[in-house]
Structures are given as structure tokens and as C-alpha cells.
Design a protein around this ligand. Structure first.
Ligand SMILES: [Zn+2]
Length: 455
């Protein structure tokens, strides 16, 4: 969908919908931080409980690792530490002045030295755990709430260790399936790509990255990393198998979180505000009693926690209630006044503008069908939008004009630089199923590769 108020630039519009949609309060005086408001946090909690249910079903156990990480842990993997140390926050005032401590930018450095203590033999494998946390990175570029923050999250990170490369590969396939399931509940279309080697964790086998639409480009939305044995070697995570033979474990890690919500806000909003897909909406319907002397009982089939009740006494008040309901993206409004009550009907107004007069005895069915219809419609529209954005291009002029261009790239650094320069787009990754396509710059054999503006 992505309909925005044409008079506002994207950054201003974004801040306006998240503030007025009651998601967060961005008026906090530390750059890169914001306050979660009750309504926004309850949407985030619904998304979070979806992944908790999913991970439980797949037997991935929840843990919690400390926020403070000793630098000596991180330094065990030099290439990782080199890429993160500039973004790390250091702790002052820790009692042991000799010990340098920094704050978790991501889970690996806290977890992996502990994994090397937990894993001894093949009987300790596979190890499959996750934690849901906030992480902290010093963001030098401009920040944007829910897209690029200093306090990042809530997000989950799954870390697994295995006794074979094949098992690690299967775990990656499961991680992809789980991310897809969570996107379906949020009615979001996604693009899956293979990350270029240079953008993967150093020494890893590879990564599959999800992208979702944002404005005229895309945002990264969940990566599934096959780490191979590189991290196990750096952190000395070994196991013994038959006859006391020793080997390093095979690892995977995958993470996502807050950006499910960012994708909902970026993709399902319109000029009236945000639209929350029914499956993650904390309030699924609002019941508005208009000038009624007494409240009446109506059957919606929804549990009380998914309903919000409002009494209004004049048309000014009613206008304001409707306006607020639309801004917050509540899927349905059920309006009932004295006239409707006499006729035993009500008016149901859906967030996409569809209105129906419904008899009170049919309301339960109407709500059930309507919620399903809206969920499906949001998802289908977003799929259509994503597909319409992808264009196969043979020249850089075409690629420059496209929102997401599918071009050929030989994988060379020099050609990569030329492509970025000529098209003002980032290389986001190759098609999941490898497909050959002549490099758009050097003309040599290349791979079909997506490029887009990345937020
Ligand atoms: Zn090339």
C-alpha cells in the first residue's frame, strides 16, 4: 500500500504516524532512544508472543545472557571485534578497574565463551537456544525510531550448535520458515536473498537475508547466518565423539524483532494513519455507543481484551473517536445508536473503508469473516506491491529508475562499486536459487542480483 501524505517528506511522515498512532513517544532527550507507549508495546508484545509460541513448538529454549560483556570475550574473535568495537559502549565505574567491560551490541561475544564450557561431548548437541533482549550500538549515522536506533529491540536471537554441517544447514532452513511464518502473521511480503560473501560474518558459510519494503526502497528484516566452524574455532567450542575424537561444532545464528512492527507501519499505513493486521492487533474492534441511555450487551465473538468500549454524546465527540480509531489502525468499529438499537442492528466500519449494516444476531459471524478478509487483503496488496517494484534490468539507466532492480553482477568489488555509484542503490543480494546473468558493468559471467535503496 504505502500511501503517505504527499505534503510530507518520508522522515517527517514516519515520525508523525508512529507518534500519532500511539506507538512510541519520540520526544525523549537522548538521540537514538524512544519511549514505548502502552498501545505500541501491546502490538510488539503480540508479535513477540508469536515467536515465543513458534520457538517453543520447535523446541528452542529461552535463555538470558548478561548485558555486560568482558572485552576479553569479544577479542577472541578478532574480525568480529574489529567490526563492532567502534560501535560499542564501554562501562565506567565497574569495581574491577583492570577488567574492561562493554555493553551487548549482539549476543555472540557473551554466549560463545559460555558455550565452550557447556558443550563437552556429542551428547550436549544440538544446542538450540534464544533470548529476547535489547542491544546497544553507537549509531553515528542519523537515527530513525524503529528503523535505526541506539537501543535496538526487543529482538530475538537464536543461536545453535551442531555436530555436522548438514544439521546446521537444516537449522537455517527452519529459521527461514519461521521468519516466513512471522511475516505472514504480520501480513507482510518479503524478498529473500543470498547475502554477498563480503557482507556475511567473517569466515561464515553464508547467509540468507529477508528484505521488506520501505518508502522507495527496502529494509533488512531478519538474517539467517550459517556460521560454519569459524566462530567455534575462535571461541574454542569443541565436542568429543567416538573414541575421544574432537571436532569444532557447526553454528548458526538468526535474529529479528522490532522490524516486524516497522514493516507493518511502513507497508500498511495510509493518509489516515497506521493499519494493524488483525492477527497482531491488540484491539480488534472498538464498540462505540452513540447517545445511548444505557450500555447494552452485544455479541462479537471476541474476548474482552480485544475490545475497546467508548460512549459518545454528540457528533463532535463521535468525529474525534472515529479519527483516533483510524489513526491507531484498529481493524473494526462497531457503531450503535438509539435508531440502530430499535432495529436491532449496528454499523460495522472496517479500517479499509468498507461499511456494513449488520443485524446484531449476525455480528459475530460478520466480525470473524471481516477480520480474515482484512488480514488477507493487506497481505495480498503488499505482495502485489512488492512484485510490481521488482524489475529485471540490463542497463544501469533502467536499474537507476527501478525501485528494486534485478541485474547481473560478477561479484567483483570494482564492479560492485561502479553499480552503487551509477544507480545510487545498494547491492542487497543474489537470488536464492542461483541464476546466471551477465555483469552489467564488465560483461563477464555473473549472478542475478538485487539492488535497491536500503534504509
Ligand atoms: Zn563485473
Amino acid at each position: 500500500m504505502i500511501i503517505k501524505n504527499k505534503t510530507l517528506d518520508y522522515a517527517t511522515w514516519w515520525n508523525k504516524i508512529i507518534q500519532e498512532g500511539d506507538i512510541v513517544d519520540i520526544r525523549y532527550d537522548v538521540k537514538g532512544f524512544f519511549v514505548w507507549k502502552p498501545y505500541g508495546f501491546s502490538i510488539m508484545k503480540n508479535i513477540k508472543s508469536n515467536w515465543e509460541i513458534l520457538f517453543k513448538k520447535n523446541n528452542i529454549k529461552e535463555v538470558y545472557f548478561p548485558l555486560f560483556v568482558p572485552v576479553e570475550y569479544a577479542a577472541k574473535n578478532k574480525s568480529w571485534w574489529d567490526s563492532f568495537k567502534e560501535q560499542a559502549f564501554y562501562v565506567l565505574g565497574y569495581y574491577d578497574k583492570e577488567k574492561r567491560i562493554f555493553i551487548r551490541p549482539t549476543g555472540e561475544p557473551a554466549m560463545y565463551p559460555v558455550f565452550s564450557k557447556w558443550i563437552r561431548s556429542h551428547r550436549d548437541l544440538p544446542l538450540r537456544i534464544y533470548q529476547t533482549v535489547m542491544s546497544y550500538r553507537n549509531e553515528t549515522k542519523s537515527t530513525k525510531s524503529l528503523v535505526r536506533d541506539v537501543e535496538i529491540g526487543p529482538w530475538y536471537e537464536i543461536h545453535t550448535c551442531h555436530s555436522s554441517a548438514k544439521e546446521a544447514e537444516e537449522e537455517i532452513n527452519l529459521a527461514i520458515k519461521m521468519n516466513e511464518h512471522l511475516f505472514n502473521l504480520s501480513a507482510i511480503a518479503y524478498l529473500k536473498v543470498r547475502k554477498p560473501k563480503a557482507d556475511c560474518f567473517p569466515g561464515s558459510v553464508g547467509a540468507v537475508e529477508f528484505y521488506t519494503l520501505m518508502n522507495d526502497g527496502v529494509i533488512e528484516n531478519g538474517s539467517c547466518n550459517n556460521l560454519g566452524q569459524a566462530y567455534a574455532k575462535a571461541f574454542n567450542i569443541t565436542y568429543t565423539y567416538q573414541d575421544q575424537k574432537k571436532d569444532f561444532v557447526w553454528q548458526t545464528c538468526t535474529g529479528n524483532g522490532e522490524r516486524f512492527l516497522s514493516a507493518i507501519l511502513a507497508n500498511h499505513s495510509d493518509e489516515k494513519g497506521i493499519v494493524i493486521p488483525p492477527k497482531v492487533a491488540p484491539i480488534k474492534a472498538q464498540i462505540i455507543y452513540i447517545k445511548l441511555k444505557e450500555e447494552i450487551e452485544i455479541t462479537t465473538g471476541l474476548s474482552e481484551e480485544h475490545l475497546e468500549y467508548v460512549n459518545v454524546n454528540d457528533s463532535g465527540e463521535l468525529g474525534e473517536v472515529r479519527f483516533n480509531s483510524e489513526k491507531r489502525g484498529i481493524p473494526a468499529r462497531i457503531e450503535i445508536g438509539p435508531k440502530e438499537l430499535d432495529e436491532k442492528i449496528c454499523q460495522v466500519v472496517w479500517r479499509d473503508g468498507i461499511k456494513n449494516k449488520v443485524s446484531l444476531k449476525d455480528l459475530k459471524k460478520e466480525i470473524e469473516i471481516g477480520l480474515e478478509r482484512l488480514q488477507k487483503k493487506l497481505q495480498e496488496e503488499n505482495h502485489k506491491e512488492l512484485n510490481s517494484r521488482i524489475k529485471e534490468c540490463d542497463t544501469f539507466e533502467e536499474a537507476k529508475k527501478a525501485s528494486i532492480a534485478l541485474i547481473g553482477w560478477c561479484g567483483g568489488e570494482e564492479c560492485g562499486g561502479w553499480i552503487k555509484n551509477k544507480t545510487s542503490k545498494e547491492i542487497i543480494g543474489m537470488t536464492l536459487k542461483p541464476s546466471t546473468k551477465k555483469c552489467i558493468h564488465c560483461g563477464e559471467k555473473g549472478e542475478a542480483t538485487y539492488i535497491a535503496k536500503s534504509y
